[in-house]
Design a binder for this molecule. Structure first.
Ligand code: ZN
Length: 313
């Protein structure tokens, strides 16, 4: 293990106060890597995603360069991932449209090159873990974390764990019914008009002809968006019965959209079923913001490898 000090960082006795863990947010356009054992990451770096060899090597070099002895790594990766522990390709990125990345052994390569054990989760599952430990999911037994951006992904956290044994859910690809005035065909390459195909960023751009950032003042755009998202959230509420739904991602930065989603969800549920009547506390924004993936990856490592620290309430 490298024993050098962080530049301007920790003193020797602080390094000894570990164990420390690496967090790796493996995204389709960039990787963020950091070391820590809490949301206060002590060192972090960002790498542009290129091909698997270069990206993983740069990630390993960045972590080594931080000079902190680490006991394990958490990886929150873009997918689809093989998360079936009995599979011989467990921890691999499966077939993906992203050139060169299909069948990449992300978990195994990180473990071999850093010489430490690694845990892997789908990106949205990692972010959900971060929210469970240190964000809007604190103290809850069950919640759904949804991200609405270039895609739509969601994870169910139950009793502090992402809820899957044979693979991660694909909750962005559920069916939705077409809103009456909407003639848009949808853009999902697999299902056309699934939730992601109708309501993620590329769908908004294709339907209206301009990026979502140029549609800020178009009320009809965001009301339609809110109705599709409310369809998705109603399905999650009815099938998973979470105590809360946390909704984040780039599209949710649109001012007023969260309030519209709450309104349309309340209308759709119409007082029926297990969702709490207080939609304001049922549908909330995330608390960890842009750092959710990295912090969630560190939470994942703590969850899997830490034996001395009690999990935060
Ligand atoms: Zn789809």
């Amino acid at each position: 293990m490298c024993g050098s000090l962080l530049s301007g960082g920790l003193e020797r006795e602080e390094l000894d106060s570990g164990p420390w863990y690496a967090g790796i947010e493996a995204g389709g356009s960039k990787w963020r890597v950091g070391v820590g054992r809490s949301p206060a990451v002590i060192a972090d770096d960002t790498i542009t995603t290129t091909n698997p060899d270069s990206t993983i090597s740069a990630c390993v070099e960045a972590i080594r360069g931080m000079g902190v002895p680490i006991d394990g790594a958490g990886i929150a990766s873009f997918g689809p991932l093989d998360l079936n522990p009995t599979s011989h390709t467990y921890g691999f990125i499966k077939t993906t449209p992203k050139p060169g990345w299909s069948n990449t052994d992300v978990k195994g390569r990180i473990e071999r090159e850093l010489g430490i054990p690694a845990a892997i989760e789908i990106d949205v599952g990692g972010a959900a873990l971060g929210e469970a430990w240190w964000g809007a999911g604190r103290g809850l037994d069950s919640f759904v974390y949804v991200t609405v951006g270039t895609g739509i992904g969601a994870a169910l956290l139950r009793s502090g764990r992402t809820s899957h044994e044979h693979g991660h859910p694909e909750m962005g690809h559920i069916s939705v019914e077409r809103e009456t005035e909407d003639a848009f065909a949808g853009v999902c390459p697999f299902h056309r008009s699934c939730l992601e195909g109708m309501a993620a960023g590329p769908a908004i751009r294709a339907r209206w002809g301009v990026p979502s950032t140029e549609l800020n003042d178009r009320a009809e755009v965001w009301d339609l968006e809110a109705r599709y998202l409310a369809q998705g959230l109603a399905t999650y509420a009815y099938t998973l019965v979470p105590q809360r739904i946390i909704v984040g991602g780039g599209i949710m930065q649109q001012p007023g959209l969260l309030e519209l989603v709450r309104k349309r969800l309340a209308e759709r549920i119409n007082g029926y079923g297990p969702a709490p009547p207080d939609v304001e506390s049922f549908v909330v924004p995330p608390e960890l913001g842009q750092d959710a993936g990295l912090i969630g990856a560190i939470a994942l490592a703590l969850d899997r490898f830490e034996t001395t620290t009690v999990r935060p309430p």
